[in-house]
Ligand binder design. Structure first.
Ligand code: F6R
Length: 251
């Protein structure tokens, strides 16, 4: 099912596999229409299926990553890129090592930067120097975060160093041996950084996100639910699976 609601182009797919296929198609179309696209990427569970489909499209077809540049939303801080929980490691394992992307064209905030504030400023400037992001992929935190813009009393504008919310540490502890191992900080694009993307692709999967999804799309715009800011962006495609869409009654 597909519906245009204000700035949102909303697609509801039957299940996670169909959601992943729809997301991969949009990313493929972006790369096909502009071979030197600048693509913003996300980690976490949600985009794994879309990355697998992009890898498959590359192996079996003509999808060519050689001209694109990528900027990831965020990275834990501090963390070594060789740590298997780092987002740098995730991107290599889920996508980069299987496609013809030039490693020099992949960007992710450095989890080992000596000066995290300087690293954030450099990252923000590099995105601007590339003319901004053509297509930014986003997942949605259970608490409404996008990137690691956690619930707060304001919308952070630019790439910044952030203390992770207790609920995010708890949610992400599923990937670590225990919750104490989850890094307590991250470097993340700000809401303003994300907003400079010309097209945003938000993926929401699973029943646990249904309430947050409803708030993000239709609730009050407030920094306590950071994703609600997306209501103000002019060009957002949202793909939900049915489990995540149960509270979206207008569909
Ligand atoms: C990841 C990121 C996060 C995740 C969010 C959802 O780069 O920025 O905002 O998108 O935490 O994570 P999953 O997909 O694991 O539910």
């Amino acid at each position: 099912m597909e519906k245009k609601v204000r700035n949102f182009h909303i697609l509801v797919e039957n299940n996670y596999d169909a959601l992943s296929g729809a997301a991969a198609r949009i990313i493929t179309e972006q790369i096909a229409s502009k071979s030197d696209s600048v693509i913003g990427l996300a980690t976490g569970s949600t985009p794994i299926g879309a990355y697998a489909k992009l890898v498959n499209a590359h192996k079996t077809g003509t999808l060519d990553f050689s001209g694109i540049t990528t900027f990831n939303l965020d990275e834990y801080y501090p963390i070594n890129p060789d740590n298997d929980q780092s987002y740098a490691y995730f991107m290599r394992e889920q996508l980069y090592k299987y496609v013809n992307i030039n490693a020099a064209n992949t960007n992710i905030p450095s989890g080992t930067a000596a000066d995290p504030a300087a690293e954030c400023a450099t990252y923000e400037a590099k995105i601007a120097a590339f003319g901004g992001i053509d297509l930014q992929l986003l997942g949605l935190g259970l608490n409404g975060h996008i990137g690691f813009n956690e619930p707060a009393d304001h919308f952070p504008a630019i790439t910044h160093h952030v203390a992770l919310d207790a609920s995010t540490i708890a949610a992400n502890s599923r990937f670590f041996a225990n919750a104490d191992d989850v890094p307590k900080h991250a470097l993340t694009m700000g809401i303003g950084t994300i907003f400079q993307a010309r097209h945003i692709l938000l993926l929401i999967s699973g029943a646990a996100k249904a309430k947050t999804a409803h708030h993000v799309l239709f609730g009050p715009i407030m920094p306590q639910v950071p994703g609600s800011a997306l209501q103000l962006h002019p060009n957002v495609t949202v793909i939900l699976d049915e489990a995540a869409a149960t509270q979206i009654s207008i569909l």
